[in-house]
Design a protein around this ligand. Structure first.
Ligand SMILES: CCCCCCCC(=O)SCCNC(=O)CCNC(=O)[C@H](O)C(C)(C)COP(=O)(O)OP(=O)(O)OC[C@H]1O[C@@H](n2cnc3c(N)ncnc32)[C@H](O)[C@@H]1OP(=O)(O)O
Length: 176
């Protein structure tokens, strides 16, 4: 179910962590920008740059999988729950040249307890362009302690000292 406090369709979802490889402001990152969609869905765009190559002029499969993973992770905003990737199965249907704008769409397909089943597609050049990549994924709901207990102390301490970062994490908690 879409959470009653979920961002309205079309609203940009922003950066959940400024050092995130997927959505953060990182020189080698994806710079992916996601927006809320209808129901429990999101859309996102990612432009393949030369640093994302795996073969001359073509995107690396891992970069494309990361773009799918990040888009699926953005579904957290629609559910107002913190989930992390447990399983990510990817189909690479068409090569993706450098310079391509990949248009991604992800949606939740089922929820069972802490398990969130979801799927995503990435299309070449336009929201209705040819499908280049697809994913089926299982995300698992975790508490914010998952990050505090497992992350490197240096970054955790910095994040906890940043009121904006704490605000983002707490926004998802049922009883902050
Ligand atoms: C803040 C959002 C950021 C979004 C960024 C983009 C998304 C990401 O890249 S997240 C980073 C990558 N992912 C990770 O680092 C997660 C690493 N894995 C873990 O920490 C743990 O394995 C974790 C938390 C997923 C599950 O562990 P745990 O909480 O002990 O749950 P556990 O009891 O093992 O499993 C719960 C259920 O999920 C199922 N499950 C867990 N992993 C899998 C899997 N890989 N495949 C199938 N089922 C699985 C279990 O079978 C269990 O099912 P059931 O309830 O029916 O018995």
């Amino acid at each position: 179910m879409r959470h009653p406090d979920a961002p309205a369709p079309g609203k940009p979802l922003g950066v959940h962590y400024d050092q995130c490889f997927g959505c953060g402001d990182q020189p080698g990152g994806l710079g992916l920008i996601a927006r809320a969609g209808e129901g429990v869905s999101v859309t996102a765009e990612f432009t393949v740059r030369s640093g994302h190559q795996g073969a001359p002029g073509l995107a690396h499969g891992g970069a494309l999988a990361a773009a799918l993973d990040e888009t699926l992770g953005a579904l957290n905003w629609l559910q107002r729950a913190i989930t992390v990737t447990g399983r990510l199965e990817t189909d690479f249907v068409r090569p993706v040249p450098v310079g391509t704008e990949l248009h991604l769409e992800a949606r939740v397909t089922a929820v069972h307890g802490r398990k969130v089943y979801c799927s995503a597609t990435g299309r070449l050049g336009a929201p209705d362009g040819p499908v280049a990549v697809r994913a089926q994924a299982l995300f698992i709901e975790v508490r914010v302690e998952h990050f505090i207990e497992n992350g490197r102390a240096e970054e955790i301490d910095a994040a906890l000292a940043d009121p904006d970062q704490v605000k983002v994490a707490r926004a998802f908690e049922v009883n902050p």
